[in-house]
Structures are given as C-alpha cells and as structure tokens.
Design a binder for this molecule. Sequence first.
Ligand code: PEP
Ligand code: MG
Length: 595
Amino acid sequence: MDLDRVSSRSSDSGRRIAAIAISRGIAFGNVVFLAAHESASVHERIDIDRVADEVTRFEKALQTSTRELRDVAAENDFDPETPAAAIFAVHLSIIEDSSFVQRVASAIQDQMVNAEWAVSSVADHLRERQIAVMDDRFRETHLDIDDVAHRIIAALRNSVIANFEMCRGAIVAAAELRPSQVVAIARFAPAAFVTEHGGWTSHSSIIARELRIPMVSGVKDIHTAFSESDRVEVNGYEGTVVVNPSREQVAKMREGTDSHVPGISRATEAQIQTETKTTDGVLIIVRANADSVGRFQSARVAGAAGIGLFRSESVIGDGTELPAEDEQVAAYTAIADAAGRDGVRIRTFDIGPGHFDKTVERNAALGLRAIRLSLAERSSFRIQIRALLRASADREIDLILPMVSGLREIEAAKSVIDDEFDRLADKGVPIRRPKLGAMIEVPSAVITIDQILRRVDFICLGTNDLVQYLLAVDRDNEAAADWYQSLHPAVIRALRTVLTAAAAAGKPAIVCGEMAGSPFYVPVLLGLGARELSINVNSVAQITGLIRSLDMSNCEELVAEIEAFTTAGDTEAFLRSSYATGWPSIVTTELLPGN
Ligand code: PEP
Ligand code: MG
C-alpha cells in the first residue's frame, strides 16, 4: 500500500459509504469501473437465405465458448469439489442444454434475426424468469445466464473476452459482476471488488471468497458514489468503503489489518486437533458444514470433528432430476466414510418445487419447500430415506429434517422412516436406524421446542433462516440487509430459549448457521449455552483457535449484559467495545450484517 499516494483532496476526503461485507479483507487502491453493458447486441433482420449460415455461425460460437469455459476451469485449477468449479460446470451445462440451443436456433429461424440478437433475447427471457424465482439458490442464476450469453456473443463477434490488465492492483467497481468476470479479473490480482448488487450467496461472491479477494456490495448508485479519479479503502470485514481516506485513516486501517490475525498460528492450523476447549476447560465440538469429501478433508486438517451439516441437495448438482437411490447411497457412503467415527449429519433435500423446472413460485421461502416438499412428493422422499438407511448400515450418519415448523412434519417423516426401515429389514438389507434431528429455523419451532425435543434425538439451529423468518427479512435481499440483524433481541432470546430447552432435555443442539463461523458471534453463542458448532470450512481454523483463547465464564458474563439490551445496535456497540478492551483475539471489524 502506498501511503505517500493517499489523496489529500479536501471536498471528499474520508467520506464513508456503508455497504455489505461479502469477502473478508481490507484493501486500498485506485477505482476502475467495469463497463455495464459490454454485451448489448444490435437487432438485425436477415434474409431467408442467410438463416442457415446464421445458425451455423451460432453453433461455431457455441463450440468456441465451450472450449473457452473448459480452458478457464483448467487454467484456474479449481479444486473440482469447490463452488467455483461447480459454477463453471453450470455455465457449461447452460451452453450444452439442448433447449437453450434450440431456443436460440428457433429465434434465428422464426424471427429471422442475427445470432447475437437471438442469444440476447433468449437470455433476457430466461433471466427474467430466473429473477422472478424467489428461491435464493436460483434467483442468482440470472447472472450465470448473462455470463454465458456474453461469452457466446463475444465468440460471435470474434472478440476476446475483455483483457482486465487495468484491474491489476485496483479496486474494481461495477453495478454487478458475473462469475466469469470475477475469475478473469482475479488473474490480474485486483485489490478488491465493490458492487451495487449481489448478495452474500451470489456466485460472484462465493468465488471472491474462495479466491480470497476482499469484496463489498450494496453500494447504492455506484457510478456516482465515487469516480475513477478516486482512491478508496474497501473494508470487507465491516462492509464499508472510504473515499479518499486521510493518511490517518489508512494508517488506522493497517493496524486493523494486523489485529485480524486469528488467534491461531499456521503451524497449529496444520495439525489435526479436533478437541477444542475453552481456557476454563469447557469442551466445544466444532464440526464442518461440508458438502464434499475434499472440502471435509480441508476442514479436518483445520480441526473439524466430523460434519455437522451436509446439505444433501449437493448430490443433485446440476442434474434435472433427483439422483437414483443407488447413486444417493454412493454419495452418502462416500461422505460418511470421509467423516469416519466423528460422523456426518445429512439434511434431507432443502429445495423448492422450482429446483428442476425453474418454475416461478410466489413467496417461495414460505412455500412448499424443504420437508414440506419431501412430504408432498413422498415417493422421492422414500427413495432418499432408503438411501440414507442403507448408507447408515455401518457408518455414523444422522438425519436432519429441514424447515420443520412443528411436530406434524416430524411425525410424518418418522412414519416414512419407520416404514422404509421395516421394509428393508424384511428384505434382509443391512441397515441401521440413524438418529433424527430437526432444523430449528422457523419461529414456530422455537416456540414449540419442548414438544420437538421430545420427538427428536438432536436439533440444529439454522441461524441463517432463523434470523430471516424471525425478523421477516429476506436473507438475500441487499435492499433489506439493514433489517437482517443477528443480534436482534428476538434472535438472542430465541437462541437462549432453544439452547436452554435442549440442555434441559439432555439433547445435543448444534448451531450451524453462518453466525457460528463468525468470531464476533462465537463468544455470544457460547455464553448462551452453545456447546456444538458446525461452521463453514474456511472458518474452522480461526474459530477453533478463538475458542481455545476464550474463558466460558467471561462469555456468560458478556451475555448476561447483552440480554438487557433492546436493540441490535446497542448490543453490537457493547460487544465491540468489550472485545476491543478485553478480548484482543476477537476480530472487532468482523462483518455483522444489519446490526
Ligand atoms: C441455516 O438456515 O442457518 C442453515 C444452516 O441452512 P441453509 O443456509 O442451508 O438454509
Ligand atoms: Mg436453512
């Protein structure tokens, strides 16, 4: 970082813009804007005798795009098990999807238009359908469609996908970033990304995190928020952008960077040490949220004790239908074998009806999804249950039911499990009855937690959805991000209620939402009574290191204080000052959405 070049502009100096933290890290540099509509296409009517040539031109562009995509994946050498690899696989599947190809070819033939226009209009149509889908996992797909369309159009024009040399060392700003742009720009080592749109779960965000490039989003009117003559500081922990920071601000930021070193050395990180105790000897089990064998292996090296959450929708991948029973058995067996004696908790499919046909469902987050869909589509649910029972035969597998709102779903699921267990047992198939758990992420499940605990073996606190449903705030809508408050008194009370009830019932409660992977929230969760966390793979080393530096009685004292606060803001301010003064190993600039 070049301190001597810190701007001394007076008018704008040190202006702070609130954003949403997406990828950790702090960076400082010159702003470079990416052009918004690189792929805008011109409408051209073509004669009937040019139609066949135009279709051939399109087919050639498809071949070029396919080759390019394979090259991007190979050049970046993504671990095949990571989300980044999966995203490029999605792009390939869009290109190879015969209905996409057919639609473009038909548009050329029926409307007699140039191939560029046909690609754009088919992509626009698909994108509009996608944006309307309320399911978080699909709403972001519109960017993937955009990305693929842009690539094909570039191939049609024989133009190379942009050279991003100007992004080297720069703060790259854009209204929105496509996943392939993130990958392409990453090769030029940008300092950070700043965008107007894109949530925590968008594919571009996932890749930025994977490539460890700091990123913030949610900067309103980004083209007027700052300009290319500005130098800005991006703070991917706090979610802020400071325009033309003063010399003092940059120096302070450097101090902040140093204090981010987690309370664990690299040497310790490399050791496989799965027992995590606080300084006063309280055992905290830290598991991983891992969806593949490769990811779990990384987590294990960092100290994870088994897999606390395996989101089984990962076995569906980009397929257009649920995998067959044997295929599911193979996937569950592989992950359980990797997890070994520490075991894996496999959550049944947490998908909505639009998963395969991409149909639009109004209020999908409140609709027929997760356990509701499983119970509505019993034959598919039975297949999954059979696969899980078979894979459990001599492996440590537990089952989790997603989006449970009360006993009704648990009883119904239990009867399917009992039924399938008896049938397989009658046939002499080797099976074992797994323990059964419920996700606690819907407010009604919190209120009826005593009833639920009587019917399950353990519970999982899904804080991502719990905050969403408790506060009625879409977890992926950047416009409402201020209302997504993990420290809201209602969230704190709900966590306390559930953790206390589980302890009284003598049943394990695993906190498995993103809160559990944030150093800022961990002392609060421990103080509230959490003894088991399941966290994203990248956070395992940091969180186990942090827990080993914490004293449980201090965590409890901290929580006793915050339970008296009436707003998330007060709680956050209190935690920040407590951490700054007495808890140096805690990252005080950590991302706290909305608080
Ligand atoms: C959660 O809701 O906190 C959770 C762990 O599940 P998901 O993020 O898959 O909804
Ligand atoms: Mg959830």
